[in-house]
Design a protein around this ligand. Structure first.
Ligand code: IPM
Ligand code: MG
Length: 417
């Protein structure tokens, strides 16, 4: 018994030391990058695993073409190959050093899905590349917009991205054969910055309600802290109503047709955010339809929220993968680095091609369009001079007089200041 106490205490001590040191770095975090002040913006394109290279390639071509057309500033699109499960397994690292080095040379990245090893799937038990990148680049705000104009739904989730059960998710402890313990980390600094970002976003986009989602009635210490900090920060935003829900009833209320359109900005700790955003994306039309922004002060990474779909590759269907999610992420990337109007155009074209006009559609199989054909369709739609009118016309057909409520674009940008 003494031996178990001793080992566990040392393990816990190490975790506490790491986290206290981390808090010191959070206190001295860099100011948010001002992309307007950079002479050149470096955008890394990370293909990832499975269908990742196919769908990021479509996005890269569209980004290239848009940036060429709007020659406002020099933007370098830099492919970063090799963040594959094979290379990660070989290096026994979530992100091999040489790839992390390339990533850190870029200001922002667009990332395809990467396979996350799980017990028994044959790959070594390395940490998820997503989780590792979020922690290593301190991408604390996971911003996930979900829109359903037909229902007047305009949700933006601010999921905390570096703490909670994810912070030391690979450092749990088997105290004995019978006792397994994981650790949940919530810090004052980590909570403040995500809650502040969500409130800033609400203010900038004219929203009047922020919903905090926790389980503070049960998980009293960590969720209690998160909720308390939200209540403090809300004092600085008198025009915004703070609303607090528990995660269980919140998952139910996203299905409540009378209630759900009332939610606007939702701020949550990491794991609740992971779960609720999959539900929200599914309501929008599937996890393949939503993009995700991972934003930090110095770096940002934009990605699809779905996985790498290895089955599509083994069944030779990768070329039929839907690039919509990573294209939505590309629109957020454009907004974030200072091109909100181009981002809006891309979002409008995606609405037209994927939701309204649907001249061709993706089925994931050969009876549907290829990713590349869909990409061409999106590009030709963006290039239509009447894009905005066409988009408004579709919205009026579904009786939306004020498109997507108050926000024409997702505003992943503008949340840090
Ligand atoms: C997401 C994903 C990741 C997460 C996985 C792939 C590690 O589900 O981005 O939501 O759990 O955060
Ligand atoms: Mg998820």
């Amino acid at each position: 018994m003494d031996q178990e106490f001793h080992t566990s205490q040392n393990h816990f001590k190490k975790i506490i030391q790491q986290q206290l040191e981390r808090i010191e770095t959070l206190k001295n975090a860099p100011l948010p990058t001002d992309y307007n002040k950079l002479d050149k913006i470096k955008v890394g394109i990370i293909g990832g695993d499975g269908i990742g290279p196919t769908i990021t390639n479509v996005s890269q071509n569209i980004l290239k073409s848009l940036l060429e057309q709007h020659k406002t500033k020099q933007i370098d699109l830099i492919p970063i190959p090799g963040l594959t499960i094979e290379n990660r397994a070989l290096a026994k690292q979530a992100i091999p050093n040489e790839i992390l080095y390339e990533i850190k040379k870029c200001d922002v990245t667009l990332k395809g899905p990467t396979h996350t090893p799980e017990k028994g799937d044959g790959w070594p038990n390395i940490e998820s590349a997503n989780v590792s990148m979020r922690k290593k680049l301190d991408l604390f705000a996971n911003v996930r917009p979900v829109r359903i104009p037909q229902e007047n739904i305009d949700w933006t989730f601010f999921r905390e991205n570096t703490e909670d059960l994810y912070a030391v998710g690979s450092q749990g402890i088997n105290v004995t054969d019978d006792l397994a313990i994981d650790f949940r980390v919530i810090t004052t600094q980590g909570s403040k910055r995500i809650i502040q970002a969500g409130f800033n976003h609400a203010r900038k986009t004219g929203k009047t309600k922020v919903t905090i989602v926790t389980k503070a009635n049960i998980v009293k210490t960590t969720d209690g802290k998160f909720l308390e900090i939200a209540q403090e920060i809300a004092q600085d935003f008198p025009e915004i109503t703070l609303d607090s829900w528990y995660i269980d009833i919140m998952t139910a209320k996203l299905l409540d047709l009378k209630r759900r359109s009332q939610f606007e900005v939702m701020i949550l700790p990491n794991l609740y955010g992971d779960i609720l955003t999959d539900e929200a994306a599914e309501i929008q039309g599937g996890v393949g339809t939503a993009g995700s922004a991972n934003i930090g002060n110095k770096y940002a990474m934009f990605e699809a929220i779905h996985g790498s779909a290895p089955r599509m590759v083994t069944e030779k269907r990768a070329q039929y993968a839907d690039p919509s999610s990573v294209l939505r992420a590309s629109a957020m990337l454009l907004e974030h680095i200072g091109f909100p109007l181009i981002g809006t155009q891309l979002n409008q074209a995606l609405d037209i091609c994927g939701n309204y006009e649907k001249k061709i559609s993706i089925t994931g199989r050969e009876d549907g369009a290829t990713s590349e054909q869909f990409g061409d369709y999106v590009l030709s739609t963006i290039n239509d001079k009447n894009l905005n009118d066409r988009w408004l016309e579709y919205l009026s057909l579904i009786h939306i007089s004020e498109p997507t409520r108050r926000t024409p674009i997702s505003y992943a940008v503008f949340c840090l200041k």
